[in-house]
Design a binder for this molecule. Structure first.
Ligand code: SF4
Ligand code: SF4
Length: 432
């Protein structure tokens, strides 16, 4: 018997206790100092063996293989998220926008492109559950021709019985409500970066005009029309201090009481273009460290948003571990991105980037099979550094696009601070 390769143990933040988490066996425990010492010394306690913290290595290898095959099988049946970029242009000029580096293109969305898109996805993903997410640029622009095109996509999706989601800055929601009501809408993701003053310093129209009030009105309208809202706050050091106020604002509006309302925090980070001011950006861990303290000081934040802290929130809410994650990257597996120029990409991190196209669906269907295979073969078994990492079944190798940006190769690691996030998250969710 020996200690499992997949044990993650550490001290819980602001506590005398320790934790052990094992994503292969699917067990997790809070341990006092003495029990933790017993575990660490490999003492043959029947409970450690039963929970898979102490294992026969050959048996553990078999269990790994079994769960890996199940992971691949389950993924085959997962729903596919299909992003469709209707345009790269935007009516906003956000202070941190990574898409500022995209060039304006001389082509535009048309019914012909939309028809080819639907032909392609119905053929390529036939028999698979799927839904479409409209993405930009800003997909809900107010020009009449553009609105007609978006209306046509939503109508085609409804005819094909496909749900539509959209990622929008929320400025023209009022104009889009009648169009949205014709479709099967899964959710609309809208971004508010804080209460009015902070938001308007970051997310303004081209020309500088404020946007907060119209977006708030748009969120109200969505909820009134029974359309689910996913409110995103993009955070960095400059606006995180406003999270308690935005949370209170959403509570006072009655948004958080609606079952149609959920939230996410988006980390403002460098992926596409160099950010002028790197100091204001957060690493994943720094963001969660600040959230941990903010939640202690302003507990009402959790009415607005409950951070994941790796698998801590899942463990707390479900009372069990999630299935082992052999691959965190959904690109080309359960996620694809298409754009109005007819190109196909792995995901939203690569869409529209030079050299990242994996083929075309318009004007002709063309596939770069070799490049697609490179994406599809990437998981914790193929990434050298992940093969012996005890965090692998929670981290899943991270993001392929980030890995390529940092290490120059897709088939490389994008490490997640799993242990540190668990220290904070178990502290937050379980110690109280
Ligand atoms: S490359 Fe990164 S952003 Fe794209 S699907 Fe994979 S993990 Fe997500
Ligand atoms: S990406 Fe890094 S942390 Fe994640 S599994 Fe691989 S080696 Fe471990």
């Amino acid at each position: 018997m020996q200690l499992s390769k997949y044990n993650i143990t550490s001290k819980i933040k602001d506590s005398d206790d320790w934790f052990v988490v094992n994503a292969l066996s699917g067990h997790a425990d809070v341990l006092d100092q003495k029990t933790w010492e017993q575990l660490n010394s490999g003492e043959e306690n029947p409970e450690f063996i039963e929970n898979g913290y102490l294992v026969d290595p050959a048996q553990e290898k078999r269990l790994f293989r079994e769960k890996y095959l199940k992971f691949l099988d389950d993924r085959e049946n997962d729903e596919v998220q299909i992003f469709f970029v209707t345009n790269y242009s935007c009516n906003f000029d956000c202070s941190y926008c990574y898409q500022a580096g995209y060039e304006a293109l001389p082509v535009a969305l048309s019914e012909e492109v939309t028809d080819s898109f639907f032909d392609y996805i119905q053929n390529e993903f036939s028999g698979r559950r799927k839904y479409i997410t409209l993405f930009g640029g800003e997909p809900f622009l107010n020009a009449p021709r553009h609105k007609e095109n978006i209306g046509y996509i939503i109508q085609m999706a409804a005819e094909n019985n496909l749900e539509i989601a959209a990622v929008t800055n929320g400025y023209h929601l009022e104009e889009y409500i009648p169009i949205l009501k014709k479709g099967i809408i899964r959710e609309i993701q809208v971004t508010l970066d804080g209460t009015s003053k902070i938001h308007d310093q970051r997310r303004y129209l081209k020309g500088g005009d404020p946007t907060f009030d119209r977006i708030v009105q748009g969120v109200d309208l969505l909820l009134e029309n029974h359309i689910p809202v996913n409110l995103r706050m993009v955070v960095d050091r400059q606006n995180i201090g406003n999270l308690p106020d935005l949370a209170q604002f959403a509570i006072d509006k009655g948004w958080t009481a609606s079952p149609l309302f959920k939230t996410q925090l988006g980390r403002n980070y460098e992926l596409h273009e160099c950010q002028a001011n790197q100091q204001k950006l957060y690493s994943r861990l720094e963001l969660y460290q600040d959230l941990y303290h903010l939640l202690k000081e302003f507990p009402h934040i959790s009415e607005f948003h409950k951070p994941a802290f790796s698998v801590s929130k899942f463990l707390f809410e479900q009372g069990e571990m999630p299935a082992p994650l052999f691959d965190a990257c959904t690109g080309t597996k359960t996620e694809w991105a298409f754009d109005f120029t007819g190109n196909v990409y792995a995901c939203t991190a690569t869409v529209g980037k030079n050299g990242e196209s994996l083929g075309t669906f318009y004007p002709e269907v063309r596939k770069n099979t070799e490049a697609v295979e490179e994406w599809q073969e990437r998981d914790i078994l193929s990434i050298p550094k992940c093969q012996n990492c005890n965090l692998s079944l929670i981290c899943g190798g991270g993001c392929a696009s980030m890995a390529k940006n940092y290490n120059g190769s897709l088939n490389s690691h994008d490490c997640r601070p799993v242990t540190e996030l668990l220290e904070l998250g178990i502290g937050h969710y379980f110690e109280e």
